[in-house]
Structure formats: structure tokens, C-alpha cells
Design a protein. Structure first.
Length: 155
């Protein structure tokens, strides 16, 4: 299984050793969205969702999730997360979610950005499902990253 850094020569899963990598400032941006009914969008815009401030709770959930990524993703390194910004915007068909994560460490923060977006989206669904359980999480993806040996990358 050549080309997969998390698999050894025998095919067994392994955690990549990053001890010899340089510490650099690294960032990652990810996005996703929750498609919602017009009724839920109207409640979000008016601030009348019975469970409370959906966007504020989802923002905090995303930040917390970024910090807990190695507890959720089996071979993800525990790293010092130095900054997390989670942005949620209501549009006519739901909520657009974006996260940016920053560190100065030996490995990137793409998984932390993806986790932040995904958990923020899950929180939106959880807090709106009583009104309409048909919320759909879509298009979760890394948009860009900086730092490390490979340098910057953007979709």
C-alpha cells in the first residue's frame, strides 16, 4: 500500500511519526453547509428557534470540536490549536459554515478545520430538527491550507 502514510509495509494502520518535521505556522480553512426548509430559515433569521441561539451554540460547538479532533479521528495527532474562527451565515436555503484553524506545530490542521465545520453543522441540525427534521449537511471540504513542507494549497 505505497503512498498511504498511515499504513505500514504490512498494511497495518500506524500513526505517522512527525518528530523530525519542522515546526511551522499552519492554517486550514474548511467549509460546509446545512440545507434547511424555508420555515427553519425564517426562524433562524427572526431568532425564534425554541432551543435558543442556534448560530452562537453552533459556533462554540465548532470551536470545541476543533480542539477535540484527535479524540474523534483515530490517527490524528494531538496538536496545540492556537486559534479557531467559526463563521455561520444564514442564506435563503440554509446555513453556510466556514472554519479557519491555526497552529504552530509539526503537522497541519486540516482535520481540525473539517471537524469544526462538521460539528457546527451537526449542531444546527440538532437545534432545528424539532421544527423540521429534514436538514441536510452537504459540501464539507477543505478550501485551503498553509505551512509545512508542501506549502500553501487552495481548492
Amino acid at each position: 500500500m505505497t503512498g498511504f502514510s498511515h499504513v505500514d509495509d504490512s498494511g497495518a494502520a500506524r500513526m505517522v511519526d512527525v518528530a523530525d518535521k519542522d515546526v511551522t505556522v499552519r492554517t486550514a480553512k474548511a467549509t460546509g453547509r446545512v440545507d434547511l426548509s424555508p420555515e427553519v430559515v425564517a426562524l433562524l433569521r427572526s431568532g425564534e428557534v425554541a432551543k435558543g441561539d442556534v448560530l452562537a451554540v453552533a459556533r462554540v460547538a465548532g470551536i470545541m470540536a476543533a480542539k477535540r479532533t484527535p479524540d474523534l479521528v483515530p490517527l490524528c495527532h494531538p496538536i496545540a490549536v492556537h486559534g479557531v474562527i467559526v463563521d455561520l451565515r444564514v442564506d435563503d436555503s440554509g446555513v453556510a459554515v466556514a472554519a479557519e484553524v491555526r497552529t504552530a506545530d509539526r503537522t497541519g490542521v486540516e482535520m481540525e478545520a473539517l471537524t469544526a465545520v462538521t460539528v457546527a453543522c451537526l449542531t444546527v441540525v440538532d437545534m432545528t430538527k424539532a421544527v423540521d427534521p429534514r436538514g441536510v449537511i452537504t459540501a464539507v471540504q477543505v478550501e485551503s491550507k498553509t505551512g509545512g513542507k508542501t506549502g500553501p494549497w487552495a481548492r
